[in-house]
Write a protein that binds this ligand. Structure first.
Ligand code: HEM
Length: 508
């Protein structure tokens, strides 16, 4: 077995050099180990920070390789815009991951789909439901879910994380399937969460087989055993929510949902030819949950963390809401142009928190030249959003949470500001997040509702001292703050009844 592996590695090594690698002019980067190259650099904790360190020596484009696979980190807005945005027709593919796509069979998830007809078709279907004007129709669901969150927070504030998770899951399930999740132990949520955990591990763990694909054929390896278990469950993960949707009684909510709109009306007839429409809808629905629910949870946790650490910001936002809205009702969407500071808070949460610090790799489909470099086809580009959103030339004192930095340039009607984090936090070009308008609408509404109703303060220890949460973040695909305790209490003069009345009015 050892000889076989050694031989295979040698063949891979020769193939790699014959592929023309030497003839390309690539940016510089940190040296790597023989064969495996920089595998340990890519899978390091907070690799986005590591990439910023490399940038100090190598510039805004940093080349690393893992075995024969090339990656280039893009640390500046110029590089990202020039390549991923302006040349997006050739910078929008994804690499084929042996573990997630080949062995586990997850390749039809939208974020993993190769660039081509299928992706364009599926993104168009999503755009119909999530585009700037389409998201209007989800406002009622957003309001109802936010009010339910307010109610949960006032009943058991210490369990804020599970309340936010329920709300984020329900928001997507209601939009996608027309199904409301009442509690965190809902079986569909548990199944969806298990799938998300497994799929993100399958995608981001840096499996050796992703870089040495021939290993896929070697039996009795650990990754093969793991993949066999996951593949066996995949059918269930994709089919169960779809069967649940089909079994729901007919209702307006079901018919207007993303799945209902496509499957219960005559609207969409020209399915992309490789599979029936229903097959696409199943995978898109699961992708929307996978990509939309955790990102919402992370962003709202970053928001609460920012409030705990920055009481003056909280007070200023609450004063703005009190002046524009008063305390006799909760804020509504129409109030948004009159709440510019809250707008700046949202932007600063996206910047300071950077919920998704790196894009998934954008694979180049055609040899390209840029500056003095020549990139061969197949090179993978990773945009480092954390580097861009913490660049001190654009955001002085970048570690500081300061919504004021956007105040002078904000246009209250278009909600745009200069160096707007919305332009970076959701990715680039033809792979830019299709959920951007939905996230912008729903996260704003949840934030403004929490600010209007609650004070969010540090937890108190047994000696009456405030416990300041540490700034520690997870290192996976999402920058999740380490679980922290906080006190969430109803604000003075805000009546508990107000939440209930708003919820009842919105559910009617
Ligand atoms: C704060 C919330 C969110 C953030 C920060 C975020 C960020 C991102 C980023 C950075 C990407 C990768 C873009 C690229 O490769 O250039 C992405 C992709 C994606 N997002 Fe989001 N997202 C959020 C919410 C959502 C929501 C609510 C949905 C759906 C309802 C969604 C659906 C997707 C999908 C389907 C993709 C894959 C697109 C593709 O590969 O073509 N996201 N998102």
């Amino acid at each position: 077995m050892f000889t076989l592996i050694a031989l295979a590695l040698f063949v891979a090594f020769i193939a790699f050099y014959r592929s023309g690698y030497r003839s390309n002019k690539l940016p510089s980067g940190p040296g790597g180990l023989p064969f495996v190259g920089n595998i340990f650099d890519l899978t390091t904790h907070e690799s986005w920070r590591r990439a910023v360190q490399w940038g100090k020596e190598h510039g805004d484009m940093i080349y690393i390789r893992i075995s024969g696979t090339r990656f280039i980190f893009l640390n500046s807005p110029n590089a990202v815009n020039d390549l991923l945005h302006a040349r997006s027709s050739i910078y929008s593919d994804r690499p084929y991951l042996q573990m997630a796509c080949g062995l586990c069979g997850m390749g039809d998830l939208v974020p993993l789909t190769r660039y081509g007809g299928r992706l364009r078709y599926e993104r168009r279907l999503m755009q119909n439901a999530l585009g700037p004007s389409a998201v209007e129709k989800w406002k009622r669901i957003v309001m109802k879910e936010s009010y339910m969150l307010l109610q949960d927070l006032s009943a058991s504030p210490e369990a804020y994380l599970s309340h936010i998770k329920r709300m984020a899951a329900s928001l997507i399930f209601a939009t996608v399937y027309g199904y409301t999740i009442k509690s965190g132990d809902d079986p569909y949520v548990q199944s969806a969460e298990e799938f998300m955990e497994v799929s993100s591990y399958a995608i981001t763990a840096g499996w050796i087989v992703d870089f040495l694909p021939f290993l896929r054929w070697i039996p009795y390896t650990n990754f093969r055993r793991t993949a066999i278990t996951w593949r066996a469950k995949l059918h269930d993960w994709i089919e169960r929510p779809h069967m649940m949707f089909k079994g729901l009684p007919d209702s307006a909510m079901k018919r207007t949902s993303f799945c209902g709109n496509l499957l219960m009306s005559e609207g969409e007839s020209s399915a992309f030819s490789d599979a029936p429409l229903e097959e696409h809808v199943k995978w898109i629905a699961t992708s929307m949950y996978g990509a939309g629910s955790d990102t919402t949870v992370v962003t709202l946790c970053q928001f609460l963390l920012a409030l705990v650490l920055n009481p003056k910001v909280q007070l200023k936002a609450q004063e703005e809401i009190d002046n524009a809205v008063g305390k006799s009702r909760l804020p509504c969407f129409e109030d948004r142009p009159r709440l510019p500071y809250v707008e700046c808070v949202l932007k600063e949460v996206l910047r300071w928190g950077t919920p998704v610090p790196l894009t998934p790799p954008h694979r180049l489909t055609k040899r390209d030249e840029y500056r003095d470099y020549t990139f061969p086809e197949g090179t993978n580009f990773i945009a480092n959003m954390w580097a861009i959103l913490h660049d001190e030339t654009m955001y002085p004192d970048p570690e500081k949470f300061s919504p004021e930095r956007f105040e002078h340039s904000l246009d209250p009607l278009s909600h745009k500001a200069s160096h707007d984090p919305m332009d970076y936090a959701f990715g680039f070009g033809r792979r830019r997040c299709p959920g951007i308008h939905f996230a912008n609408q729903s996260i704003w509404f949840v934030m403004v509702s929490i600010l209007a109703c609650f004070d969010v303060k540090p937890a108190i220890d047994e000696n009456g001292m405030e416990i300041m949460p540490p700034l520690i973040f997870a290192g996976g695909a999402f920058r999740h703050p380490k679980a922290f305790r906080c006190r969430i209490t109803l604000r003075a003069e805000v009546e508990q009844d107000l939440i209930l009345t708003s919820l009842t009015a919105c559910s009617a």
